[in-house]
Write a protein that binds this ligand. Structure first.
Ligand SMILES: CC(C)(COP(=O)(O)OP(=O)(O)OC[C@H]1O[C@@H](n2cnc3c(N)ncnc32)[C@H](O)[C@@H]1OP(=O)(O)O)[C@@H](O)C(=O)NCCC(=O)NCCS
Length: 336
């Protein structure tokens, strides 16, 4: 029987011919040999014996496969039917929505950065997908020793920011070597584009979600045909600007500006599955910055008095509460 992680909604994650899935018992001897061959770049201090490797998986990894929140998710990395490496998310801090990315390739693929680069890049992309889309994590970290200049350059091209240096943290070949800490936040990757006809279905889904309806001034369910007609018109209307935000390929939310003569009305909604991950403030602040590239009108927003997340979000983006009638608050951000 195949091992799989119960917490992973998709057993395998793919990118073309490449895929990752839980490490299988048949993989662990290759992994042991690869670890021992690259011991200098690992936190491991001595070569592992086959018995130690068996014991580690038997005691720590196999029992964690069924857990809803395992501390580590170790995955085999495959190209077609060949195991080419392994890695995954380790030291997962579920409450803090954070994990460390770990990876190791077959040493045969590490001969030059030109060879290893594309493999590592694809693996990092799969880890972002797993962490962000499937497990609701919002921060990934890495630790990398300073001698691995090509890996460090690659991490930085893939959006991992250098966050710190632990000076002379390890000794490698008799020399003290720094350890570099990198971090990736889902919010760093949040990209805004103007809505297109392809976004019609997403926006309809987000709009009809129960929480959005409860927080909207018009809380009725909107029929698909009605939405489609409205959306088609909205895209042509110079007085409506709709931005859609994505993290990588995943559409996460939208911000809309309805432009009037003296001010524009702002509204925001996230995909229900993406709420509570700290994305709303960066989404709104970037949408306001994009809006400000073309217009300097004051911005207004109406927020229902029970909608704490939304109030906090507008306040963090500089909107000031100006009036209220008990049920709703009016917010305003002056034009510049
Ligand atoms: C409103 C909405 C966009 C907020 O997104 P979110 O993912 O839930 O919010 P975030 O996790 O990004 O949190 C935004 C801020 O509110 C805070 N917050 C969230 N829930 C909170 C609560 N119950 N009490 C106090 N603060 C809260 C967060 O801590 C964060 O502030 P911080 O960055 O200072 O820590 C989202 O909930 C949504 O789409 N709701 C449905 C549509 C809607 O209500 N739109 C607004 C209409 S005006």
């Amino acid at each position: 029987m195949m091992c799989r992680y119960a917490c992973m909604p998709q057993e395998r994650l793919r990118h073309g011919a490449f895929w990752v899935a839980a490490v299988q018992p048949g993989d662990i001897e290759s992994i042991r040999v690869w670890r021992n061959a690259q011991i200098d770049v690992l936190r491991q201090k001595a070569p592992l014996t086959p018995e130690q490797q068996q014991a580690y998986y038997a005691e720590t990894i196999w029992p964690s496969l069924e857990m809803p929140h395992p501390a580590n998710i170790l995955l085999g990395y495959h190209e077609g039917d060949r195991l080419i490496g392994y890695g995954g998310l380790v030291h997962i801090a579920w409450e803090d929505r954070r994990a460390e990315v770990s990876f190791l390739l077959d040493p045969a693929l590490m001969a030059s950065p030109d060879i290893s680069g594309p493999y590592i890049r694809i693996f990092l992309g799969l880890m972002k997908q797993l962490a962000f889309r499937d497990l609701a994590l919002t921060r990934l970290t890495t630790e990398c020793y300073a001698i691995r200049t090509e890996i460090i350059a690659l991490l930085e091209t893939e959006g991992f920011r250098r966050e710190g240096v632990l000076r002379e943290h390890v000794r490698i070949g008799g020399h003290a070597v720094d350890s570099l800490q990198h971090g990736w936040l889902a919010a760093d990757e949040l990209a805004l584009t103007r809505a297109t006809p392809e976004d019609c279905e997403c926006l309809w889904r987000w709009r009809n979600d129960a929480e959005t309806r409860a927080n909207s001034l018009n809380s009725k369910d909107i029929a698909w045909e009605v939405h489609k007609a409205w959306f088609g018109k909205a895209l042509q209307d110079p007085a409506r600007i709709i931005f859609v935000a994505r993290v990588g390929e995943v559409a996460v939310g939208m911000c809309r500006f309805d432009i009037g003569a003296e001010a524009a009305e702002a509204s925001i909604a996230l995909d229900p599955a993406m709420r509570g991950r700290g994305l709303a403030v960066p989404l709104l602040s970037r949408a306001v910055a994009c809006f400000r590239e073309d217009t300097h009108l004051p911005l207004l927003a109406t927020v229902k008095a029970h909608n704490t997340a939304s109030m906090r979000c507008f306040e963090r983006c500089g909107f000031v509460r100006s009036a209220g009638d008990g049920a709703c608050w009016r917010y305003r951000l002056e034009g510049i």
